[in-house]
Design a protein around this ligand. Sequence first.
Ligand SMILES: *[C@@H]1O[C@H](CO)[C@@H](O)[C@H](O)[C@H]1NC(C)=O
Ligand SMILES: *[C@@H]1O[C@H](CO)[C@@H](O)[C@H](O)[C@H]1NC(C)=O
Ligand SMILES: *[C@@H]1O[C@H](CO)[C@@H](O)[C@H](O)[C@H]1NC(C)=O
Ligand SMILES: *[C@@H]1O[C@H](CO)[C@@H](O)[C@H](O)[C@H]1NC(C)=O
Ligand SMILES: *[C@@H]1O[C@H](CO)[C@@H](O)[C@H](O)[C@H]1NC(C)=O
Ligand SMILES: *[C@@H]1O[C@H](CO)[C@@H](O)[C@H](O)[C@H]1NC(C)=O
Ligand SMILES: *[C@@H]1O[C@H](CO)[C@@H](O)[C@H](O)[C@H]1NC(C)=O
Ligand SMILES: *[C@@H]1O[C@H](CO)[C@@H](O)[C@H](O)[C@H]1NC(C)=O
Ligand SMILES: *[C@@H]1O[C@H](CO)[C@@H](O)[C@H](O)[C@H]1NC(C)=O
Ligand SMILES: *[C@@H]1O[C@H](CO)[C@@H](O)[C@H](O)[C@H]1NC(C)=O
Ligand SMILES: *[C@@H]1O[C@H](CO)[C@@H](O)[C@H](O)[C@H]1NC(C)=O
Length: 508
Amino acid sequence: MYGLKPFLAALPFFIASTVAWPSQSFKTINSTPPVFEITKSGQPLAPGLIFLTPDSSTSELAIIIDDDGNLIWSSPSVISSNLFVQTLYSAPVMHYWNGTGSANVAVEGHGYGHVQILDTGYNQIFDICPNFGLTIIGNGTFECQADLHESYITDEATLLVTAYNLTQANLRSVGGAVDGWVADSLFYEIDIQTQEVLFSWSALASGIGINSSKLALNESGTVSGTEENPFDWFHINSVQKVGTGYLINGRNVWTSFMLSAAGDIQWQFEGSTGGDFHLPTGANFLRPLSIETCSDLVYKSWEHHVRAANVTSNSLVLTMFDNANGVTGQPLQTTRGLQFSLDLTSKVATLLQNLFDPNEILYVETQGAFNSLPNGNTFMDYGQLPVMKEYGPDGDVRMTIQFGDVNSTESSAESYRAYRLEWDAVPMGTSPALVVQNGILYMSWNGATNITSWAISTGSSADTLYKWKNVTSTGFETNATLANTTGFVHVDAMSGGQVIGSSSVLSF
Ligand SMILES: *[C@@H]1O[C@H](CO)[C@@H](O)[C@H](O)[C@H]1NC(C)=O
Ligand SMILES: *[C@@H]1O[C@H](CO)[C@@H](O)[C@H](O)[C@H]1NC(C)=O
Ligand SMILES: *[C@@H]1O[C@H](CO)[C@@H](O)[C@H](O)[C@H]1NC(C)=O
Ligand SMILES: *[C@@H]1O[C@H](CO)[C@@H](O)[C@H](O)[C@H]1NC(C)=O
Ligand SMILES: *[C@@H]1O[C@H](CO)[C@@H](O)[C@H](O)[C@H]1NC(C)=O
Ligand SMILES: *[C@@H]1O[C@H](CO)[C@@H](O)[C@H](O)[C@H]1NC(C)=O
Ligand SMILES: *[C@@H]1O[C@H](CO)[C@@H](O)[C@H](O)[C@H]1NC(C)=O
Ligand SMILES: *[C@@H]1O[C@H](CO)[C@@H](O)[C@H](O)[C@H]1NC(C)=O
Ligand SMILES: *[C@@H]1O[C@H](CO)[C@@H](O)[C@H](O)[C@H]1NC(C)=O
Ligand SMILES: *[C@@H]1O[C@H](CO)[C@@H](O)[C@H](O)[C@H]1NC(C)=O
Ligand SMILES: *[C@@H]1O[C@H](CO)[C@@H](O)[C@H](O)[C@H]1NC(C)=O
């Protein structure tokens, strides 16, 4: 039953890890990203880099790595989620959520923060710090109130973010008090240029029944529905603009909803009944290799990161990370990646993909991501477990990346989501970093995606540098043994034959 972390019972959503991962360290940057253990089948992988936000008790970062686990970019220490590349004003941008929450148990599974948007030179071009006037869960005060679960740039240069509001609600339908408390699930659409809120939606105000929650009040022995521990009956975790409407997912109701531009529910796809959809007879699928004892067939449950693709007026493909585990103590279910085709006219849902690794069955209660890739591959991040996998179009496992102990009974390392994305960047605001230690020169340029070699110049004075030698780039930090014990050194970062960046001159 490896992969299960029973201690999470009391804190079922999103918490900081308590154990450090085996880490890498460098001379040229103060960052200790995990050591990545990588296995590949040799079958083609999709192009692009891997964007993740690993956290443990000692280190919380947003990072980019390549397929060999080499660091490409590291943020300074930050509690982050959703390091993501999208297009804004026709140009690629990278953005990440930065805030408080994942490490703050009082804000169990939610967060308050801002979304920073960077160009391909790593210059911050927007910092979206929305203050929605929310009633904060716990007793903090937060100027920036975007939640950690979603930050998504639309084609209209707006940003979608989730948010959580502490509010009172009648909990009688779930056996609670008439004047109980809930964490209401909200999302907002914000104009990136002006930070004006253009649209907002509330699960509570929408009329979706609190009793549609699959989470029980007082689940796992923790009293909920109180002001201190409001009932998180819906738990919004993804929002995407689809046409003029919105696709949202409520993890704790096992339901993905398509909303109109006005926020009205157009259809819903629920995990145990199909909601407005049915799977044709015979197309039901049992959870593979499950040790479950439940007799119910469940299509999806406790899912994360629901996205629509290939949208037409009467069909779309729905992809998701199906956690399939949400309540500790219930029979374990295989966590998997799912892809459905939804026919919006006949309301038939067809299962297209059911991705899991038969050689490493994982049970993931919280977090996770599913990326459909342009070459037909799928990249999945196993959220609470320090594992990412890339699958081929036929479901074969092509790469596994691990960055901590998957068997630890304590949460050793996790990344809320991870993405595989193409990103071509030169860190314009900085120059390559140099350190000389014990006669060895170390060089790196945090964020540069294209360095192939380094051209090193040395000399006995800053004015008399001559081209000494070229060395091939070996991952994030390259080193070279200097010929002299004192002198001056300067390097050019090279991409093929092109100089893409120059360090200052360092005396050693
Ligand atoms: C995160 O935000 C804080 C301000 O809230 C800022 O000081 C810090 O530099 C940010 N960190 C990163 C990595 O952007
Ligand atoms: C917030 O609540 C915690 C736990 O009840 C308490 O220890 C802390 O002092 C409170 N902080 C503030 C600012 O009220
Ligand atoms: C948040 O909850 C408070 C009550 O705690 C309520 O007055 C307020 O209208 C809610 N805000 C939103 C945006 O729903
Ligand atoms: C939840 O726990 C509280 C406090 O023990 C109790 O009063 C309430 O009846 C419980 N509700 C349910 C639905 O279990
Ligand atoms: C929720 O409660 C409403 C009325 O209180 C009822 O009509 C509905 O059937 C209930 N739904 C579920 C899923 O129990
Ligand atoms: C969308 O359609 C294209 C072309 O048929 C296909 O290659 C791609 O895999 C589809 N995407 C998804 C997520 O199904
Ligand atoms: C985790 O435990 C399983 C079952 O005991 C074992 O097969 C696997 O090798 C372990 N994985 C690691 C990374 O230790
Ligand atoms: C990086 O390299 C690729 C392929 O060699 C090239 O197309 C791209 O223009 C380069 N980008 C930069 C920023 O130099
Ligand atoms: C380093 O590489 C550049 C570009 O290919 C070349 O012009 C230069 O002569 C090389 N320098 C040395 C010292 O080999
Ligand atoms: C220099 O770089 C090589 C290749 O990455 C590495 O194996 C070696 O340990 C480094 N040497 C030092 C002293 O860091
Ligand atoms: C080392 O120093 C000597 C003289 O001080 C100089 O001739 C030689 O070029 C230097 N070598 C390097 C690699 O800088």
